[in-house]
Design a protein around this ligand. Sequence first.
Ligand SMILES: [Mn+2]
Length: 328
Amino acid sequence: MDLSQHAARFKEAISQYRTFLVMSHQRPDGDAVGSSLVMALALKQLGKAVEVWNEDPLPKKFDFLPGGEFWRVTPASPGKDSHFDVIVSVDNANKKRLGRAVDFPTCAKMWINIDHHPSNERFGDLNIVDSDSPATGEVIYRLFRDAGIKVTREMAVSLFVAISTDTGSFSYPATTAQSFSIAADLVAQGLKVGEISKIIYESHPLGRFRLMQRFLSKTGFRADNRISYSWIRPEDYRETQAQPEDSEGLIDMIRAIDTVVAAVMFEQVEDGKIRISLRSKDPHVDVNRIAQKFGGGGHSLAAGARTSGTAEEIQEKVLSELEKCFEH
Ligand SMILES: [Mn+2]
C-alpha cells in the first residue's frame, strides 16, 4: 500500500493545528505503547502541544521507552484541559476500545486513525490503515519517511519495540522483507537490540511466572488436541500478585504445541465481562471471524473480544464455534 498521499494529508493536518491527543487501545501492548510514544515525540519535535491518554497506565516493562512522560491515564471526567484540535488514534480498530475518553465532549476538529487491523472501522477523518502491515509501528515509520518527518534515535527505540513485539520478534507470518529493512534502519541508529530484547522478553516479574503456572495447569484441549484453551480468574491475580499486563503472551504458551492449531485464553475481567483472546496458526481457521461473532475483531491469526455471560456459557459458545472450523 502506497502511503505518499496519506503522508501529504497527514503533514497538512499537522501544520494546520496546534494541540494533539494521542490515544490507543486499552490493555496496551508493545505496538500500542510504542506507536503512541513515537507519535507524541514526533509531534513535540514539530512544535505541537501533545498528550497521550490511555485507559490503562503505562505497562511497567515499557517504562524505559523515551516519551513515557507524555503518558497519562485518561482522567475520570472531562476537565477544562480535555480539549484538543486533533485526536490521533494509533493501533486501534474501533473507537470503543479507546475507553471512556471517547464519551468526553471534545472540540476535536479532526480524527486521524492510523492502524493495521483488518477490522478497523475507518472512524477517522483521515484513515491510514494498512492491513498488510504486521505492526502499526511499521505504518508510522513509512508515514514519517514519506512525510519527511525525522526519526530520532529516541523515536527509533519505540518504533523498534512496536514492530518487534507485534511480529513476535520478527517471526509471525505477516513479517516481510520490509519489516526487516525498517528494523535495520532503526537498529542502524545505534539501538542495542540485545538490551532492548532483554527488557521486553526476558525480564518478567515473578508474579507473571506464578500466573503462568496457574494458567498452564488449567489448560484444556478439544478437537483432537487441535484447540487449546485456558482461563485466568480475578483470584489468580490476587493470589499471585500479578498485574493485568502479566497475562500478555500467556496464550502463546498453549499455542506453541505441535498438535494445536487454535488457542483461546478466557479471562474474567473486573466489569463482569469475559475477555476472549484467540490465536490461530492456520489462515483457514480465521479467528477474526470468530471474534466478530462476539463483538470483537482483529486479524485472521490473532483476535479478541469482550463479552458478557457466564463463564461456562461463553466457553462453550467460543469452543463450539472453533470446533466447526475442524469439522470436515
Ligand atoms: Mn498492533
